[in-house]
Write a protein that binds this ligand. Structure first.
Ligand SMILES: [Zn+2]
Length: 348
């Protein structure tokens, strides 16, 4: 009989239960079995819990959510050379096929065949054990906590967004939205050499945290016109506008905030499938509008920044719940956006 473990299983909208399920075991020689220790609650977990779907991904059968995870290796397959039992690792939650044109050309995040943790029908990490390809488990630098390891996932999004934006030394940037992704994106921009980092949001407490984490200017869009203010601060427009709020208004603002020839990157996922962008403005001012989908080769640099203490993710972790209270954790992330930035599930 298979060994059992605890897992937080989403059965239907709002129906998240902690129950006993079969414990996974290594099924291929390149896998590691990881004892999960910390998992962040992401907006997408909340979305599946609230709505039962994200685009084409629909909760039909019970699924374990969670994809921002770190843990300890307890067993490795015969072909694994990079890990051994006892290693602490961050787990990259999407594993591409490694063989298609996108994988071969270095854009594996666009691979069509990516099973992604906590995205139906694939199980995630709100549980005690995960069996995962060892080349998508990354050793934590010395002294990092499991929580910091779990935060590698959102940080990887910030790394990808700033890479796609071409953020470099001496650049001016604006980060729209100071949720978890905005706060790691602004730190990624700083690490890449941006010197003017403007942050916008409508929540003052988040803006103050942004300032603590490296924003040089903060703008509360409730009080002033953020476009006008960014243009003033940046002498007509920033080099790169990084949109993380995922709203129609902030996406349009991002376009208006960028300088001629600059770059707008769209990182936040809008609820609306389609909406208007200022096409004539894009043409005449020759700025690029670029999508950002997850990340590609971003775990190693993200972990290096964490290891060098160049990025602070601990300040983003505002609340902690044990795995037994996973439902309360997701409810809290859903209902208390006024105080919650990153809610962490601790797995004993
Ligand atoms: Zn592929």
């Amino acid at each position: 009989m298979a060994k059992k473990m605890k897992a937080a299983v989403l059965h239907a909208i709002g129906d998240l239960r902690v129950e006993e399920v079969d414990r996974p075991s290594i099924t291929a020689p390149d896998q590691a079995l990881v004892k999960i220790r910390a998992v962040g609650v992401c907006g997408s977990d909340v979305h599946f819990y609230e709505r039962g779907r994200i685009g084409p991904y629909v909760v039909k059968d019970p699924v374990i959510l969670g994809h921002e995870s770190a843990g300890e290796v307890v067993e490795v397959g015969k072909a694994v050379a990079n890990l051994r039992p006892g290693d602490k690792v961050a787990i990259e939650p999407g594993v591409p096929d490694r063989t298609c044109w996108y994988c071969k050309t270095g854009r594996y995040n666009l691979c069509a065949a990516v099973p992604f943790m906590g995205t139906p029908p694939w199980n995630g990490a709100f549980c005690e054990y995960v069996a995962w390809p060892a080349d998508f488990c990354f050793k934590l630098p010395e002294g990092l906590s499991f929580e910091q390891g779990a935060m590698t996932e959102p940080l990887a999004v910030g790394m990808q967004g700033t890479k796609r934006g071409g953020v470099g030394v001496g650049h001016s940037v604006v980060v729209l939205g100071c949720g978890p992704i905005g706060l790691v994106t602004l730190q990624a921009a700083k690490a890449r050499g941006a010197t003017q980092i403007i942050a916008t949001d409508v929540q003052q407490s988040r803006l103050e945290l942004a300032a603590k984490l490296g924003a040089t200017d903060i703008i509360n869009a409730k009080d002033v016109d953020p476009v006008e203010r960014v243009r003033e601060l940046s002498d007509g427009g920033v080099d790169v506008a990084l949109e993380t709020a995922g709203t129609v208004a902030t996406t349009q603002q991002a376009c208006a905030m960028v300088r001629m020839g600059g770059v707008v990157t769209l990182i936040g996922m809008p609820a609306e499938l389609d909406f208007e962008l200022p096409v004539l403005d894009i043409i005449c001012r020759e700025y690029d509008v670029r999508g950002v989908f997850r990340y590609c080769n971003c775990y190693p640099p993200a972990l290096a920044l964490l290891g060098a203490r160049k990025v602070d993710v601990n300040s983003l972790i505002t609340h902690r719940f044990p795995l037994d209270e996973a439902k309360a954790a997701v409810d809290f992330a859903k209902d208390r956006k006024d105080v919650a930035i990153k809610v962490m599930v601790e797995v004993g």
